[in-house]
Every structure is written in C-alpha cells, then in structure tokens.
Design a protein around this ligand. Structure first.
Ligand code: SAM
Length: 281
C-alpha cells in the first residue's frame, strides 16, 4: 500500500468518543506524530495501541516535517494526532498536511470530536452559517480590536477561550457586542462537569462570576451573529410591539413579533397584553 498521512481526531474528554476507525488507523500506521507524546501515551495505552510515537508540535513542526516526509516517501504511513480533538483546529499540523500534499502524499482525514462543532451542535444558536475564530488575543486592547472587527458579523461566531481569561473576555464581548447579545457557553464538553448554557451576555457574566467552577476547565464560546433573531432587547421589543399595537390586535401583534424575532408566542402575547393594558390606564 502507498504511504499516507492520516489526520486522526481523538476524544476531547470522554474516551468512548474514540472511533473504531481511529483505533484501527493508529494501530495500522508505522508511526504516530503527536503534539505531546506524554499525553498521547495515555490514550494509546487505553486502546492498547503499540505504534511508535514521535513528537510534532508548534516548536519543532518546521524541521520535523522534513523527517516525516522522508519516511512517507520511503513508504511509511503516518498518523497525526493532537492532544485532543481534531488536529489543525487551533492545533499543529497545517504545515505537515501542506508539505505532504506538495509531495503528492495522500492525506486522509479520520474525523471525530472537535470542541467547536460539539459546542455549536448543543448550545442552540443558528448553525447554518458560522465562523470559527479560534482563540482571541490575550491582551484586552487587541482583543477589543478583534471583537470590533467582528461586531457586525451576522454569522454565529465560535471562540476557544482559556479559563483564566473567561471573565475578561466575556466583559470585553459585552462592551463591544452589547450585553444583550446571546451567547452559548460550552464548558468541559463530554466530561463529568459539562456545562452547556445559552443566555444574554450580561446573564452569563453574572453566572460565571457567581460560580467559580465555571472559571475552570476547557471552554468554547458561541456568540449569536448580529442579526440573530434572539438578539432583540426587551426595550426594542416593546418599541416594536407598541408600534404594532397601534394597528393590530394583541393576538396579531404577538404573532408578528414571534415571526420576526423567534421569541415564544406565549411570551410575545403576554407582553403585548401588558403593553395594551398599560396604554389603556
Ligand atoms: N483541536 C481541538 C478541537 O478539535 O477542538 C482544539 C484544541 S485547542 C488547543 C484547545 C481548546 O479547545 C480549549 O482551550 C477549549 O477552548 C477547547 N476545548 C477542547 N476540549 C474541550 C472540551 N472538552 N470542552 C470545551 N472546550 C474544549
């Protein structure tokens, strides 16, 4: 068989998320190139995979590539894995994949867990169009500049964030996107203390501030795009509802608000009723 480079996804927490194909591939290749060999040894032991390991991380990727390419040209197949999830997704591997392609070596993905996609699949924000942003800059000035660049983006935005920066980043997001913008918070996905929430930014800040456990572990933030239907503030809804009530019945106004903003019909009806009563007083 001609040598190949396999890009193999591994679990982001729960080991049962390892695919049969990932195990088979890691057992069958000649060499596994891992981001952190000490970390990967644990995973390989768990699945009784005895393939030799070599380190391939951000600091040695450039000069390691040459050796790995030579091995593949000589007929050895290699699997690339990262510490968790899908290689290349905020993880090393891009240069190796590009070099393999340049040498006409077949690159085969072995898909599996990815924290960004797992978060998007469960937080309940629009998923038809989204933009993965990786990690935001660690310094607030640069982070705010980056958020400013994204503030009019209509697609759902996905960020990875380090736990010690979570509050600072959420506060910067609230100041740039507005505290009412909806955000999904996915922490410790597939692990024992998994937290999946969706709420306006100001509520999430309060939640994270009050519960220090939420400032630990691994976190994905999924931010609603600017035009997301759930992104209407109470004040804006009242303003629009008042205008609708000038020409429509409570029921009809509530229906229009539901259609426009995706809010629950019951909630829209209740609010329309309250406003109508206030207007009559
Ligand atoms: N390649 C990985 C993937 O496919 O998701 C991502 C690697 S990146 C270096 C690590 C970041 O991914 C963490 O800081 C966190 O933002 C996110 N992450 C990884 N595992 C996670 C988990 N179980 N729960 C929530 N976020 C996770």
């Amino acid at each position: 068989m001609t040598a190949q480079l396999f890009v193999v996804a591994t679990p982001i927490g729960h080991l049962d998320d390892m695919s049969f194909r990932a195990i088979e591939t890691l057992k069958s290749v000649d060499l596994i190139a891992a981001e952190d060999t000490r970390q990967s040894i644990q995973l390989l032991k768990h699945f009784n995979i005895q393939t030799p390991l070599t380190a391939c991380h951000d600091h040695n990727e450039s000069h390691k590539i040459e050796t790995l390419i030579e091995k593949m040209i000589a007929g050895q197949s290699i699997a690339l894995i990262s510490d968790a999830g899908t290689p290349l997704i905020s993880d090393p591997g891009f240069k190796l994949v590009r070099a393999a392609q340049a040498h006409d070596i077949k690159v085969t993905p072995v898909p599996g867990a990815c924290a960004a996609i797992a978060a998007l699949s469960a937080v309940g924000l629009p998923s038809d169009r989204f933009s993965f942003q990786g990690f935001l800059p660690s310094k607030s000035t640069q982070r705010i500049a980056e958020l400013e660049r994204l503030k009019h983006e209509t697609q759902t935005l996905i960020f990875y964030e380090a736990p010690h920066r979570i509050l600072a980043s959420l506060k910067d997001m609230a100041s740039v996107f507005g505290a009412d913008r909806y955000i999904g918070f996915a922490r410790e996905i597939t692990k024992t203390f998994e937290t999946i929430k969706k709420m306006p930014l100001h509520q999430l800040i309060e939640f994270v501030e009050q519960d220090h456990h939420q400032q630990k572990g691994e976190i994905v933030l999924v931010v609603a795009g600017k035009t997301d239907i759930t992104d209407v503030t109470d004040a804006k809804l009242d303003e629009i509802m008042q205008r609708l009530l000038q020409d429509l019945s409570v029921k009809a106004a509530a229906q229009v608000a539901t259609d426009l903003f995706g809010i629950k019909k019951k909630v829209a009806y209740q609010r329309a009723l309250e406003l109508m009563q206030q207007n009559d007083e």
